[in-house]
Design a protein around this ligand. Structure first.
Ligand code: EPU
Length: 334
Protein backbone atom coordinates (compact mmCIF):
# COMPACT_ATOMS: atom_id res chain seq x y z
CA UNK A 1 0.00 0.00 0.00
CA UNK A 2 1.82 3.09 -1.21
CA UNK A 3 0.96 6.51 0.15
CA UNK A 4 1.28 9.38 -2.34
CA UNK A 5 1.20 13.08 -1.51
CA UNK A 6 -0.14 15.91 -3.73
CA UNK A 7 -1.45 13.28 -6.12
CA UNK A 8 -3.16 14.27 -9.36
CA UNK A 9 -6.74 12.97 -9.67
CA UNK A 10 -7.09 13.85 -13.37
CA UNK A 11 -7.07 10.17 -14.34
CA UNK A 12 -9.43 9.28 -11.49
CA UNK A 13 -12.45 11.42 -12.44
CA UNK A 14 -14.27 10.99 -15.74
CA UNK A 15 -14.72 14.76 -16.06
CA UNK A 16 -10.92 14.83 -16.44
CA UNK A 17 -10.61 17.77 -14.04
CA UNK A 18 -7.07 18.59 -12.94
CA UNK A 19 -7.37 18.50 -9.16
CA UNK A 20 -5.27 16.86 -6.50
CA UNK A 21 -5.55 14.85 -3.31
CA UNK A 22 -3.35 15.96 -0.40
CA UNK A 23 -2.73 12.26 0.23
CA UNK A 24 -3.75 9.27 -1.88
CA UNK A 25 -3.73 5.53 -1.48
CA UNK A 26 -5.19 2.75 -3.66
CA UNK A 27 -6.40 -0.28 -1.72
CA UNK A 28 -6.67 -3.69 -3.38
CA UNK A 29 -7.76 -5.85 -0.45
CA UNK A 30 -10.14 -5.69 2.47
CA UNK A 31 -7.15 -5.69 4.84
CA UNK A 32 -5.60 -2.69 3.10
CA UNK A 33 -8.93 -0.89 3.17
CA UNK A 34 -9.23 -1.41 6.93
CA UNK A 35 -5.62 -0.33 7.38
CA UNK A 36 -6.21 2.88 5.38
CA UNK A 37 -9.45 3.66 7.20
CA UNK A 38 -7.74 3.31 10.56
CA UNK A 39 -4.80 5.61 9.77
CA UNK A 40 -4.99 8.06 12.65
CA UNK A 41 -2.84 10.74 11.03
CA UNK A 42 -5.65 11.82 8.67
CA UNK A 43 -8.73 13.37 10.13
CA UNK A 44 -10.62 13.49 6.83
CA UNK A 45 -10.91 10.47 4.58
CA UNK A 46 -12.55 10.48 1.18
CA UNK A 47 -13.58 7.28 -0.61
CA UNK A 48 -13.05 7.34 -4.37
CA UNK A 49 -14.57 4.70 -6.65
CA UNK A 50 -14.60 5.07 -10.43
CA UNK A 51 -14.88 8.88 -10.22
CA UNK A 52 -17.70 8.88 -12.74
CA UNK A 53 -20.24 10.80 -10.71
CA UNK A 54 -17.98 13.44 -9.27
CA UNK A 55 -17.20 17.09 -9.94
CA UNK A 56 -14.02 18.17 -8.18
CA UNK A 57 -14.07 21.90 -7.45
CA UNK A 58 -11.29 21.86 -4.84
CA UNK A 59 -8.37 19.67 -3.72
CA UNK A 60 -9.28 16.68 -1.55
CA UNK A 61 -8.06 17.27 1.99
CA UNK A 62 -6.73 14.52 4.24
CA UNK A 63 -6.58 11.06 2.70
CA UNK A 64 -8.22 9.96 -0.55
CA UNK A 65 -8.76 6.17 -0.55
CA UNK A 66 -9.23 4.70 -4.01
CA UNK A 67 -11.13 1.41 -3.97
CA UNK A 68 -9.31 -1.07 -6.22
CA UNK A 69 -10.76 -4.36 -4.90
CA UNK A 70 -11.04 -6.81 -7.83
CA UNK A 71 -12.73 -10.11 -8.54
CA UNK A 72 -15.85 -11.63 -10.07
CA UNK A 73 -17.27 -14.93 -8.80
CA UNK A 74 -20.35 -17.05 -9.27
CA UNK A 75 -21.38 -17.88 -5.74
CA UNK A 76 -24.58 -19.82 -6.28
CA UNK A 77 -26.59 -21.13 -9.19
CA UNK A 78 -29.58 -23.21 -10.07
CA UNK A 79 -31.23 -24.18 -13.33
CA UNK A 80 -32.57 -20.75 -14.12
CA UNK A 81 -30.57 -18.15 -12.22
CA UNK A 82 -27.10 -17.35 -11.04
CA UNK A 83 -25.84 -15.22 -8.15
CA UNK A 84 -22.73 -13.31 -9.20
CA UNK A 85 -20.53 -11.35 -6.84
CA UNK A 86 -18.36 -8.52 -8.14
CA UNK A 87 -15.86 -6.64 -6.01
CA UNK A 88 -16.29 -2.89 -5.70
CA UNK A 89 -13.27 -1.91 -7.81
CA UNK A 90 -14.37 -3.78 -10.94
CA UNK A 91 -15.16 -1.49 -13.85
CA UNK A 92 -18.95 -1.53 -14.37
CA UNK A 93 -19.02 -2.01 -18.13
CA UNK A 94 -16.28 -4.66 -18.09
CA UNK A 95 -18.36 -6.52 -15.52
CA UNK A 96 -21.50 -6.21 -17.70
CA UNK A 97 -19.52 -7.59 -20.66
CA UNK A 98 -18.28 -10.53 -18.56
CA UNK A 99 -21.88 -11.44 -17.57
CA UNK A 100 -22.99 -11.26 -21.22
CA UNK A 101 -20.09 -13.45 -22.34
CA UNK A 102 -21.27 -16.09 -19.83
CA UNK A 103 -24.75 -15.84 -21.39
CA UNK A 104 -26.30 -14.29 -18.28
CA UNK A 105 -29.18 -11.83 -18.63
CA UNK A 106 -30.15 -8.84 -16.50
CA UNK A 107 -27.46 -6.21 -16.98
CA UNK A 108 -27.75 -5.66 -20.75
CA UNK A 109 -29.72 -2.40 -20.46
CA UNK A 110 -27.05 -1.03 -18.13
CA UNK A 111 -24.24 -1.43 -20.68
CA UNK A 112 -21.63 1.29 -21.10
CA UNK A 113 -22.45 3.23 -17.92
CA UNK A 114 -19.18 4.73 -16.66
CA UNK A 115 -18.00 3.96 -13.13
CA UNK A 116 -17.28 0.98 -10.92
CA UNK A 117 -19.38 -1.79 -9.37
CA UNK A 118 -19.00 -0.46 -5.82
CA UNK A 119 -20.65 2.85 -6.53
CA UNK A 120 -23.45 1.46 -8.70
CA UNK A 121 -25.88 0.93 -5.76
CA UNK A 122 -25.22 4.38 -4.26
CA UNK A 123 -27.11 6.20 -6.98
CA UNK A 124 -29.06 3.14 -8.18
CA UNK A 125 -27.73 3.54 -11.72
CA UNK A 126 -30.32 3.17 -14.43
CA UNK A 127 -30.92 3.38 -18.15
CA UNK A 128 -33.48 2.34 -20.72
CA UNK A 129 -36.15 1.16 -18.30
CA UNK A 130 -33.88 -0.85 -15.98
CA UNK A 131 -32.34 0.16 -12.68
CA UNK A 132 -29.68 -1.54 -10.62
CA UNK A 133 -32.30 -2.42 -7.99
CA UNK A 134 -33.97 -4.78 -10.49
CA UNK A 135 -30.99 -7.17 -10.37
CA UNK A 136 -29.47 -6.31 -6.98
CA UNK A 137 -29.52 -9.15 -4.41
CA UNK A 138 -27.38 -7.61 -1.64
CA UNK A 139 -24.07 -5.90 -0.98
CA UNK A 140 -21.35 -5.98 1.63
CA UNK A 141 -20.10 -2.78 3.20
CA UNK A 142 -17.64 -1.71 5.88
CA UNK A 143 -18.87 0.63 8.58
CA UNK A 144 -16.34 3.46 8.70
CA UNK A 145 -16.98 4.05 12.40
CA UNK A 146 -15.93 0.65 13.78
CA UNK A 147 -14.72 -1.19 10.63
CA UNK A 148 -17.35 -3.88 11.11
CA UNK A 149 -18.73 -5.59 8.02
CA UNK A 150 -22.41 -5.75 7.25
CA UNK A 151 -24.67 -6.86 4.48
CA UNK A 152 -27.50 -4.77 2.99
CA UNK A 153 -30.52 -6.45 1.45
CA UNK A 154 -32.45 -4.79 -1.36
CA UNK A 155 -34.98 -3.53 1.17
CA UNK A 156 -32.31 -2.12 3.47
CA UNK A 157 -30.64 -0.35 0.56
CA UNK A 158 -33.84 1.75 0.15
CA UNK A 159 -33.46 2.31 -3.58
CA UNK A 160 -35.19 5.23 -5.27
CA UNK A 161 -34.69 7.13 -8.53
CA UNK A 162 -30.89 7.73 -8.61
CA UNK A 163 -30.92 7.32 -4.84
CA UNK A 164 -30.37 4.81 -2.01
CA UNK A 165 -29.73 4.55 1.74
CA UNK A 166 -26.03 5.16 0.92
CA UNK A 167 -26.88 8.57 -0.53
CA UNK A 168 -29.38 9.57 2.17
CA UNK A 169 -29.48 8.33 5.81
CA UNK A 170 -26.31 6.24 5.54
CA UNK A 171 -24.37 8.85 3.59
CA UNK A 172 -20.65 8.77 4.32
CA UNK A 173 -20.89 5.94 6.84
CA UNK A 174 -20.28 2.88 4.68
CA UNK A 175 -17.77 1.71 2.10
CA UNK A 176 -19.31 -0.83 -0.26
CA UNK A 177 -16.83 -3.62 -0.90
CA UNK A 178 -18.80 -6.15 -2.97
CA UNK A 179 -22.16 -6.35 -4.73
CA UNK A 180 -24.17 -9.48 -5.56
CA UNK A 181 -26.51 -9.65 -8.55
CA UNK A 182 -29.24 -12.19 -9.35
CA UNK A 183 -29.02 -12.84 -13.09
CA UNK A 184 -30.83 -15.20 -15.40
CA UNK A 185 -29.41 -18.17 -17.33
CA UNK A 186 -32.57 -18.63 -19.41
CA UNK A 187 -36.06 -17.11 -19.73
CA UNK A 188 -34.38 -13.69 -19.57
CA UNK A 189 -36.51 -10.78 -18.36
CA UNK A 190 -35.80 -8.55 -21.31
CA UNK A 191 -36.89 -4.91 -21.42
CA UNK A 192 -37.09 -3.27 -24.82
CA UNK A 193 -39.78 -0.77 -23.87
CA UNK A 194 -37.74 2.14 -25.27
CA UNK A 195 -38.66 2.71 -28.91
CA UNK A 196 -35.04 3.42 -29.82
CA UNK A 197 -34.00 -0.08 -28.73
CA UNK A 198 -36.69 -1.78 -30.80
CA UNK A 199 -35.63 0.29 -33.77
CA UNK A 200 -31.93 -0.51 -33.36
CA UNK A 201 -32.66 -4.22 -32.91
CA UNK A 202 -34.65 -4.47 -36.12
CA UNK A 203 -35.44 -8.14 -36.72
CA UNK A 204 -32.55 -9.47 -34.61
CA UNK A 205 -33.31 -11.94 -31.83
CA UNK A 206 -33.87 -10.27 -28.44
CA UNK A 207 -30.92 -11.91 -26.69
CA UNK A 208 -29.19 -9.99 -23.84
CA UNK A 209 -26.07 -9.64 -26.02
CA UNK A 210 -28.03 -8.23 -28.99
CA UNK A 211 -29.87 -5.79 -26.72
CA UNK A 212 -26.56 -4.69 -25.21
CA UNK A 213 -25.05 -4.16 -28.68
CA UNK A 214 -28.08 -2.09 -29.74
CA UNK A 215 -27.86 0.02 -26.59
CA UNK A 216 -24.16 0.58 -26.95
CA UNK A 217 -24.84 1.98 -30.42
CA UNK A 218 -27.57 4.30 -29.09
CA UNK A 219 -25.48 5.52 -26.16
CA UNK A 220 -22.44 6.10 -28.37
CA UNK A 221 -24.54 8.20 -30.74
CA UNK A 222 -25.52 10.74 -28.08
CA UNK A 223 -23.39 10.33 -24.97
CA UNK A 224 -19.73 11.38 -25.13
CA UNK A 225 -17.06 8.81 -24.31
CA UNK A 226 -15.28 10.11 -21.17
CA UNK A 227 -11.98 8.85 -22.57
CA UNK A 228 -12.38 11.37 -25.42
CA UNK A 229 -14.44 14.16 -23.85
CA UNK A 230 -14.58 14.54 -20.07
CA UNK A 231 -18.09 14.19 -18.62
CA UNK A 232 -20.08 12.59 -15.87
CA UNK A 233 -23.17 11.34 -17.70
CA UNK A 234 -26.39 13.14 -16.82
CA UNK A 235 -25.41 16.12 -14.71
CA UNK A 236 -28.91 16.71 -13.31
CA UNK A 237 -31.72 14.40 -12.24
CA UNK A 238 -34.94 14.49 -14.21
CA UNK A 239 -37.24 16.65 -12.03
CA UNK A 240 -40.59 15.43 -10.75
CA UNK A 241 -43.34 18.07 -10.75
CA UNK A 242 -47.01 18.16 -9.73
CA UNK A 243 -49.68 17.25 -12.27
CA UNK A 244 -51.07 20.80 -11.90
CA UNK A 245 -47.74 22.36 -12.82
CA UNK A 246 -47.31 19.91 -15.68
CA UNK A 247 -50.75 20.74 -17.10
CA UNK A 248 -49.92 24.46 -16.87
CA UNK A 249 -46.64 23.97 -18.72
CA UNK A 250 -48.34 21.94 -21.44
CA UNK A 251 -50.45 24.97 -22.34
CA UNK A 252 -47.36 26.90 -23.36
CA UNK A 253 -45.14 23.92 -24.31
CA UNK A 254 -47.37 21.28 -25.94
CA UNK A 255 -44.41 19.08 -26.92
CA UNK A 256 -43.07 18.68 -23.35
CA UNK A 257 -42.33 14.92 -22.91
CA UNK A 258 -43.42 13.30 -19.65
CA UNK A 259 -43.12 10.14 -17.55
CA UNK A 260 -46.13 9.84 -15.23
CA UNK A 261 -45.23 8.59 -11.72
CA UNK A 262 -47.20 6.15 -9.60
CA UNK A 263 -48.17 8.86 -7.10
CA UNK A 264 -49.74 11.05 -9.78
CA UNK A 265 -46.77 13.40 -10.14
CA UNK A 266 -44.95 13.78 -13.46
CA UNK A 267 -41.26 13.35 -14.24
CA UNK A 268 -40.07 15.59 -17.06
CA UNK A 269 -36.76 15.30 -18.92
CA UNK A 270 -34.26 17.89 -17.74
CA UNK A 271 -32.44 17.48 -21.07
CA UNK A 272 -35.51 18.74 -22.90
CA UNK A 273 -35.91 21.79 -20.62
CA UNK A 274 -32.23 22.71 -21.01
CA UNK A 275 -32.36 22.15 -24.75
CA UNK A 276 -35.42 24.43 -25.11
CA UNK A 277 -33.46 27.23 -23.47
CA UNK A 278 -30.76 27.04 -26.12
CA UNK A 279 -27.95 25.62 -24.01
CA UNK A 280 -27.22 22.61 -26.20
CA UNK A 281 -23.74 22.94 -27.63
CA UNK A 282 -23.02 26.08 -25.58
CA UNK A 283 -19.37 26.47 -24.62
CA UNK A 284 -17.74 28.85 -22.16
CA UNK A 285 -13.98 28.37 -22.27
CA UNK A 286 -13.50 24.63 -21.90
CA UNK A 287 -16.78 24.02 -20.04
CA UNK A 288 -19.72 23.09 -22.21
CA UNK A 289 -23.11 21.50 -22.72
CA UNK A 290 -22.83 18.45 -24.96
CA UNK A 291 -24.00 19.13 -28.51
CA UNK A 292 -26.05 15.92 -28.73
CA UNK A 293 -27.51 15.68 -25.20
CA UNK A 294 -28.24 18.81 -23.18
CA UNK A 295 -28.25 16.92 -19.87
CA UNK A 296 -24.55 16.18 -20.16
CA UNK A 297 -21.95 18.79 -19.24
CA UNK A 298 -18.52 18.34 -20.76
CA UNK A 299 -14.92 19.36 -20.22
CA UNK A 300 -13.21 20.19 -23.52
CA UNK A 301 -9.81 19.79 -21.86
CA UNK A 302 -8.75 22.36 -19.33
CA UNK A 303 -11.99 23.35 -17.61
CA UNK A 304 -11.82 23.64 -13.84
CA UNK A 305 -14.46 22.18 -11.57
CA UNK A 306 -15.48 25.74 -10.69
CA UNK A 307 -16.08 26.55 -14.36
CA UNK A 308 -18.28 23.49 -14.87
CA UNK A 309 -20.12 24.36 -11.66
CA UNK A 310 -20.68 27.96 -12.80
CA UNK A 311 -22.27 26.65 -16.02
CA UNK A 312 -24.45 24.24 -14.03
CA UNK A 313 -25.61 27.09 -11.77
CA UNK A 314 -26.44 29.24 -14.80
CA UNK A 315 -28.51 26.39 -16.25
CA UNK A 316 -30.35 25.87 -12.94
CA UNK A 317 -31.16 29.58 -12.68
CA UNK A 318 -32.40 29.80 -16.28
CA UNK A 319 -34.59 26.69 -15.92
CA UNK A 320 -36.01 28.09 -12.68
CA UNK A 321 -36.73 31.46 -14.28
CA UNK A 322 -38.42 30.01 -17.37
CA UNK A 323 -40.18 26.89 -16.08
CA UNK A 324 -40.24 27.44 -12.30
CA UNK A 325 -38.56 24.04 -11.89
CA UNK A 326 -35.63 23.30 -9.55
CA UNK A 327 -32.99 21.10 -11.15
CA UNK A 328 -31.07 18.96 -8.69
CA UNK A 329 -27.53 17.83 -9.54
CA UNK A 330 -27.15 14.09 -9.94
CA UNK A 331 -23.39 14.38 -9.78
CA UNK A 332 -21.66 14.76 -6.40
CA UNK A 333 -20.05 18.17 -6.20
CA UNK A 334 -17.00 18.33 -4.00
N1 EPU B 1 -34.19 15.63 -24.93
C1 EPU B 1 -34.16 16.77 -25.67
N2 EPU B 1 -32.96 17.40 -25.84
C2 EPU B 1 -31.81 16.92 -25.28
C3 EPU B 1 -31.85 15.76 -24.49
C4 EPU B 1 -33.07 15.12 -24.34
O1 EPU B 1 -35.17 17.23 -26.18
O2 EPU B 1 -30.77 17.56 -25.47
C5 EPU B 1 -35.47 14.90 -24.79
C6 EPU B 1 -35.44 13.62 -25.64
O3 EPU B 1 -35.89 13.84 -26.93
C7 EPU B 1 -36.39 12.72 -24.89
C8 EPU B 1 -36.20 13.14 -23.45
O4 EPU B 1 -35.63 14.44 -23.46
O5 EPU B 1 -37.72 12.99 -25.24
C9 EPU B 1 -35.34 12.17 -22.64
O6 EPU B 1 -34.05 12.05 -23.22
P1 EPU B 1 -33.20 10.68 -23.13
O7 EPU B 1 -34.03 9.53 -23.57
O8 EPU B 1 -31.91 10.92 -23.83
O9 EPU B 1 -33.00 10.42 -21.60
P2 EPU B 1 -32.68 11.38 -20.35
O10 EPU B 1 -33.91 11.52 -19.55
O11 EPU B 1 -31.98 12.61 -20.79
C10 EPU B 1 -32.12 9.34 -18.76
C11 EPU B 1 -31.03 9.02 -17.77
C12 EPU B 1 -29.79 8.53 -18.49
C13 EPU B 1 -30.15 7.30 -19.30
C14 EPU B 1 -31.27 7.66 -20.28
C15 EPU B 1 -31.80 6.47 -21.06
C16 EPU B 1 -31.39 10.49 -15.85
C17 EPU B 1 -30.92 11.69 -15.09
N3 EPU B 1 -30.72 10.20 -16.98
O12 EPU B 1 -31.64 10.45 -19.53
O13 EPU B 1 -28.83 8.16 -17.51
O14 EPU B 1 -29.03 6.80 -20.02
O15 EPU B 1 -32.41 8.21 -19.55
O16 EPU B 1 -32.51 5.62 -20.21
O17 EPU B 1 -32.34 9.83 -15.41
C18 EPU B 1 -27.02 9.04 -16.22
O18 EPU B 1 -27.74 8.92 -15.23
O19 EPU B 1 -25.82 9.46 -16.14
C19 EPU B 1 -27.55 8.70 -17.54
C20 EPU B 1 -26.87 8.90 -18.65
Amino acid sequence: MKLHTQYSLKAFNTFGIEQSAENFVAVSSQIQLKEALSLKSFEQKFILGGGSNLLLTQPIKGLCIHIALKGINVIQEDDKTVLVEAMAGENWHDFVCWTLEQGYGGLENLSLIPGNVGTSPIQNIGAYGVELKDVFENCTALDRNDLSERSFSKKEAQFGYRSSYFKTEGKGQYVITAVRFRLTKKAHQINISYGAIKEALGDQETTPQNIANALIGIRQSKLPNPAELGNSGSFFKNPVITKTQYDQLLLTHPSLPSYPQENGEVKVPAGWLIDQLGFKGKRIGDAGVHAKQALVLVNYGAATGQEILALAIEIQATVKENFDIDLEAEVNIL
